[in-house]
Design a protein around this ligand. Structure first.
Ligand SMILES: [Zn+2]
Length: 222
């Protein structure tokens, strides 16, 4: 087959090239060994990411327990910074936890003192930047409208959450702020990481609180 450069330099010759040399497209899936290797590498990457997500969510759960100890609704969050090369999407450094926080709404008497909101503020201080690109926010409960809005404002790259929130969730349950195409930034969401632990922590907290308020009432089924 003639070199493409030759045809590029002679506009009159392209017709005969097309007639004489039918284009043969070789599908990349034709080599089953290469395909299997790619698939294995892909699932190994997915497994590594799942394990990392669980490890960071375990730190967020530790924060949630600290909230419960302080009489706050047990929700915790951490922010992980993973500097990434824009063009190759390869990591430029090891990921590291740059912020961890828990819900302090009662303690601070502040409607914005949600775990992930406080963690993002800390993360901005740690990086000296309002923009949290290359950051993943891990939070034990699905973010509300305010916190998903802050993730949008901060340009986070990803949010991983534990339990969905049917009454306020804004990352897929009631709203999908992360995926709204009218907005000028979208971010990836991974739901359901250590979901059962996040949920049972919340259910345990509210059950204890109900019991403290109404000690004579029989326990409600969950
Ligand atoms: Zn929130």
């Amino acid at each position: 087959m003639p070199q493409k450069g030759i045809w590029g330099s002679n506009p009159h010759s392209s017709a005969s090239f097309e007639k004489d040399s039918p284009t043969v497209i070789v599908p990349v899936t034709q080599n089953p060994t290469a395909e299997a290797q790619r698939s294995a590498a892909g699932s190994a990457d997915e497994e590594a990411r799942r394990q990392a997500d669980e490890a960071y969510m375990a730190l967020a759960l530790e924060e949630a327990r600290l909230a419960a100890d302080a009489g706050e609704v047990p929700i915790g969050a951490v922010v992980v910074h993973h500097p990434t090369d824009r063009s190759t999407r390869r990591p430029l450094a090891e990921p590291r936890v740059i912020a961890r926080a828990h819900n302090l709404r009662e303690t601070l008497n502040s409607p914005s003192a949600h775990a992930e909101f406080l963690a993002m503020q800390q993360a901005s201080e740690a990086l000296g930047a309002w923009r949290l690109a290359d950051c993943t926010v891990y939070v034990t409960l699905e973010p509300c409208i305010m916190c998903a809005g802050l993730m949008h404002q901060a340009r986070v790259s990803r949010c991983v959450y534990g339990a969905p929130d049917p009454k306020a969730g804004a990352c897929g349950t009631l709203y999908a702020i992360n995926a709204d195409e009218r907005l000028n930034h979208r971010f990836e969401v991974t739901p359901g990481v250590l979901e059962d632990q996040s949920r049972s922590l919340l259910q345990g907290f509210f059950a204890t609180r109900r019991k403290a308020k109404h000690p004579d009432q029989p326990e409600q089924p969950q």
